[in-house]
Design a protein around this ligand. Sequence first.
Ligand SMILES: [Zn+2]
Ligand SMILES: [Zn+2]
Length: 351
Amino acid sequence: MLAGRLDLVNTKFEMTHIDVPEPGVGEVRVKVRAAGICLSDVHLIDGTLTKDDIAATGAWQPTVTLGHEVAGEVEKVGPGVPPMWKVGARVLLAAGKRCGSCPPCIFDSGPCLRPQTRGVNYDGGWAEYAITHYQALIPIPDDLPFEQAAVIPDAVSTSYAGLVRTGGLRPGRSIGLWGVGGLGVHAVQIARAVGGAPVIAFDPLPKARERALAAGADLALDPADSSFAKQVRAATGGLGLDVAVDVVGDTVARDQALAVLGPKGVFSVIGLTPLPLAIHNSVFFCYMQQQIRGHYGYENSDLLDVVGLVRWHRLDLSASVTGLLALKDAPEGVRQVSSKEGDPIRLILQP
Ligand SMILES: [Zn+2]
Ligand SMILES: [Zn+2]
């Protein structure tokens, strides 16, 4: 079968033919129908993310099939898979798995210390077929196109989990979101769908603010405008935000979010950056009993929730897929994402 494989030792990506893999115990083989090209794939190919980064999290293999945003159909069921999974089932694949042997895994007490990501630590979905443990399968409705389903298992579900589970967003609570780019705009839809009120989007780009308003934000503000804090207080009855979310991982955005956080407000940090996170007025922070909570990824239950929101049209992913490419054209897709040519939100490979 055709597969997009990365040689991690020599940082060399190529389309190549390999044997169709066989599912082992507890595994199924999925006929891949759609696989997203993520910026992290680009970073693996251009060497920004190295084999040492991957090895630091646990198991790795010298050559790996990329692709962690995968949807398709169950094509072969291995031994020991529960009977609910049948050939032909439409599914999306969770993008990671736990190591199963570190203390948090053994005691079921939080994030795995050696998490393994599909298409990074083990073979992913830039191929005609992908192998997965049945526990990573999430059913998708018949009317959800595979290319939209493939967008769910990364940015969309991470936003959902960061708002709802880590941020504790509830109906009637105010929420501010920093960074409403192509994928951040889903966070606006999610905030609206779960009852956030008001939903305030922050982005310096006028186009992004328009996109946020179209997606259901009550207000879209330019954080570079010196009156932005005043506008937030006006919109929240003088209180400030109940929940603030940095979707992009930006130091300035983080400072702004903390500056307008309200009493007992929660700042959910979704966007990643290695730069420090500063509390400039820690007396105020303590007095207001605010919290900063780190967020990472999602759980399978979050995927189920997001599929439910999409299924019942609370969340529309149709605008997120900006291009479809044949699997063999993965190198061209990588080039487009890397150069941001045409400002793509998500390019999808179709094996
Ligand atoms: Zn991704
Ligand atoms: Zn573990």
